[in-house]
Ligand binder design. Structure first.
Ligand code: URA
Length: 214
């Protein structure tokens, strides 16, 4: 792990449990079943940190003994996975946010140009009032995330944060450069990309490993 401070607008979640589970994800010996389990657990831990500063409002309830003024989230939350690999983060996030809506953004990477192609976009009507958690395990070139944020904004989103497991300087610079208002939460910043635009050391193809399609 780098000892450099993260770039502006980027939070590296270096909790020991996150780093231990990420190491298991990175391990090429980890099969699909364990990969899914660890990714689910990691996404729960990441969403806990990524929602740390969400606004709350007073909520008056009644305990068995007395009235009590507690807190409720001030705005709805939407989890928006970038298909396909982003789906691997949804279950673990919904464990902490069981009542939220899920948007879907279908993108695939053209293996020649490494640029994203969108084939599906579906978001709930309350996008403009919501805090959107755009999720994808890998922030590699950053082009998919940049395109997904642009689609969300075009559909009315006003508050987007991006949550990933592994990122690299190229992807962070691309996404932050295009959308400086989007805060990025990541468990790791790896050194860079290989010639196929895979993160190195990374963890390989997150979608293939999660869905067992290697
Ligand atoms: N997508 C992946 O699944 N892995 C990478 O390293 C880069 C993009």
């Amino acid at each position: 792990m780098s000892s450099q401070p993260p770039p502006d607008g980027v939070t590296v979640i270096d909790h020991p449990l996150v780093q231990v589970k990420l190491t298991q994800l990175r391990d090429a010996q980890t099969g699909s079943r364990e990969f899914r389990a660890r990714l689910n657990e990691l996404s729960t831990l990441l969403v806990f940190e990524a929602t740390r500063d969400l606004a709350t409002r007073p909520a008056l309830i009644q305990t068995p003994l007395a009235p009590y003024e507690g807190r409720a989230l001030a705005r709805p939350v939407i989890v928006a996975p970038i298909l396909r690999a982003g789906l691997g983060l949804v279950e673990g996030m919904l464990r902490l946010l069981p009542h939220v809506s899920v948007a879907h953004i279908g993108m695939f990477r053209d293996e020649q140009t490494h640029r994203p192609e969108t084939y599906y976009f579906k978001a709930p009507a309350h996008l403009a009032e919501a805090d959107v958690l755009l999720v994808d395990p890998m922030l590699a070139t950053g082009w998919s995330a940049t395109g997904a944020v642009a689609q969300l904004k075009a559909a009315g989103a006003t508050s987007v944060r991006f949550v990933c497991i592994v990122s690299c300087p190229e992807g962070l610079a691309q996404l932050r450069g295009a959308h400086p208002d989007v805060h990025i939460f990541t468990a790791a910043i790896d050194p860079g990309l290989d010639a196929r635009a895979y993160i190195v050391p990374g963890l390989g193809d997150a979608g293939d490993r999660y869905f067992g399609t290697t």
